[in-house]
Ligand binder design. Structure first.
Ligand code: PCA
Length: 218
């Protein structure tokens, strides 16, 4: 399989933009490390999240899935290690649902990313962009999409590596916060879209190049 699926999310929480959507769209159709990238922007809605993802996986038939999303206030690229089977939405999703409960009823408590997170981290750092590993993808849609991707691939024995990357605000989003006030003025970290995109490309290259299989990483 020579395909890579990249997903981003649309804006949410009153924000029209999301760096994950910009990057997904910028990479759509590109060849990276000999693999064909297909991207999609997912709605920030709990309802149909799994169906939307599954139909993408079945259409693209990827060997790896990179799900991307925004983490407001994060200062570096954050590579998630774990997806928890638990949602507790602090704000309503874009359909107005404020869900609390299991991501998948009866599913395992957590899944580990099957993308090789340590080598991916090294690739991003080597390209000069700050990044770190994280043990929690939160309890909102980003955690849920990561859990669904891992759960779907595990329960269907699909040979596909999955993981999730949280991205900082774009500088323009922080300017919006500072201009309009009233919102959370403590979350002011940002990173240029160019650097964010380069980080995602470095991670795809790392995986596409077959540098390492996640099962060989301790
Ligand atoms: N970030 C949210 C959901 C969509 C997004 O881009 C999250 O961290 O769960």
């Amino acid at each position: 399989m020579n395909n890579i699926l990249v997903t981003g999310f649309e804006g949410y929480g009153g924000r029209s933009d999301n760096p994950s959507a910009e990057i997904a769209l910028a990479l759509d159709g590109q060849q990276i490390g000999g693999k064909q990238v297909t991207s999609a922007v997912l709605p920030v809605t709990n309802h149909n999240l799994r169906n939307n993802l599954v139909s993408l996986i079945e259409t693209v038939n990827p060997s790896a899935i990179f799900c991307l999303g925004l983490s407001p206030g994060e200062s570096v690229v954050r590579i998630e290690r774990l997806a928890a089977n638990y949602s507790r939405f602090e704000i309503a999703d874009n359909a107005g649902e404020q869900y609390c409960g299991s991501v998948v009823s009866g599913g395992p408590a957590a899944y580990e990313a099957t993308l090789p997170v340590e080598p991916m981290l090294q690739s991003v750092l080597s390209s000069g962009i700050p990044a770190r590993l994280s043990e929690s993808a939160g309890t909102y849609l980003c955690n849920a999409v990561m859990y669904h991707a891992l759960d779907y691939c595990a329960t269907t024995s699909r040979a596909c590596q999955c993981g999730f990357i949280h991205l900082p605000f774009m500088p323009s989003q922080v300017c919006d916060v500072l201009n309009h006030g009233g919102v959370d003025q403590t979350r002011l970290s940002s990173m240029s879209l160019t650097d964010q995109k380069q980080a995602v490309v470095a991670m795809i290259e790392c995986v596409a190049g077959g540098v390492v299989d996640s099962t060989t990483v301790t």
